[in-house]
Design a protein around this ligand. Sequence first.
Ligand SMILES: [Zn+2]
Length: 443
Amino acid sequence: MSLIRPAVLPDELAAGYEGRILRFNGLSSRAEALPLLLQQFFPVGTRVCDVPFVELLAHVAGMQTARFVQAHTILPLKRAFTKLHPGTEHGSPSHPKLLELVAMRALRPGAYLCRRCVDEDLGFHGIAYWRRDHQRPGVFTCSKHGLVLNHTKDSDAFLNSPAAYTGDEFTIDPDWASRVIDSDIVRRFHAICAECMVRTQSIDEVYAARAIRDRAKALDLHPGRGLRTKQLLSSFVRDQLDEAWIGSTLPELSMQPADTPWAPIDAAVLGKRCGITSVVYALILASLFESCDEAINTVLAKPSTLRRSYAPSTQPMVPEAKLRESYSDERGRHASVARALGRPYHEVRDRLLAIGLPDLSRVRPNELVQLVSAMTSAHGVDERMEVFARADRASLNVLQRALAPLMQTLKKVDRSARGRRRGPRTKPSSPPLPVSEDSPSVA
Ligand SMILES: [Zn+2]
């Protein structure tokens, strides 16, 4: 069967494009379409689990997967701020699992459309389609026509034409919609989300977190830990928003009692990478900064207070012998070694730890000598236990870090030895391949 390949339309949502492909080809479900799509674009034997579905859609559209993901999915917003492969191009085929799990997933339930857009698309393209821009969190009016959107809870809506949902029964209350969009913070939130949607790469979450921490500090908000005498960031955000808008966009926040900490926002003040969603980051930035440009520029500025591990050095590596020599000269203090060698602290720390040389700045070297002596000398077991029982926690932690590289190596050795002991597998790990009837039989 030859596949009909409709052209993907401007800002068309990938899930809606899937619906059009199915309808054009008389297919009832994705399960029915998958073998056909694989057969059309991939070599025989390619399995469904080998190819992210969004990649199949990109093939139908005749586009590179990354370009298709950036122009037709919500993924650029979902992954706008992330600690998982930051800096990777959105839709990169180097992370197929990520594409499979994230690219086609919606950011809010149901489906949204503008009736005027539907009319215009029918007139211009001869067909109506689901626009990606209307599916963003917090969007309740069309940015082009200013009209309130229609909304349906039908979970299969994207498989149908939006023209099926243009009746009055699907219309959002226009008074409510005009009220909730009429605030500066919501406008900034939409501008930040729109900026994220056109970016081709995600931003390291650590930059957003640090920008938020510094700004919250400048605004004299609660620092995230300790006795609470100042306003919480979550309260600061909430005070600027309409409760109905919060309820529709961040329902978990609206269910939270007023003036109580809400971790997804208040944890951001600590300047840590906390796995906060990109939508929450966008909202926090919208509340703290005067404009979208100021917020994005601050996040991208990579302030000097950031850990420099995120800006790799271009200088040649210090030889290991030199590193060990400096470690001895500086009495095991990582920061001093970094200063003496003129290298970034994080780089020196990571390399010293990798060769079993922990930071000794908070322990007494003589106590460590006693501990190591107890392990290596001919003392009896009781004497050794006594030395360890007397040791303080800091010294034991340092010893643990020093032994970490050895432990990693021992685990590998152990795994390798167990593999050899087990011998060759007697059972195949996967079902035997079918044998052609023409193949000679084995006696
Ligand atoms: Zn419209």
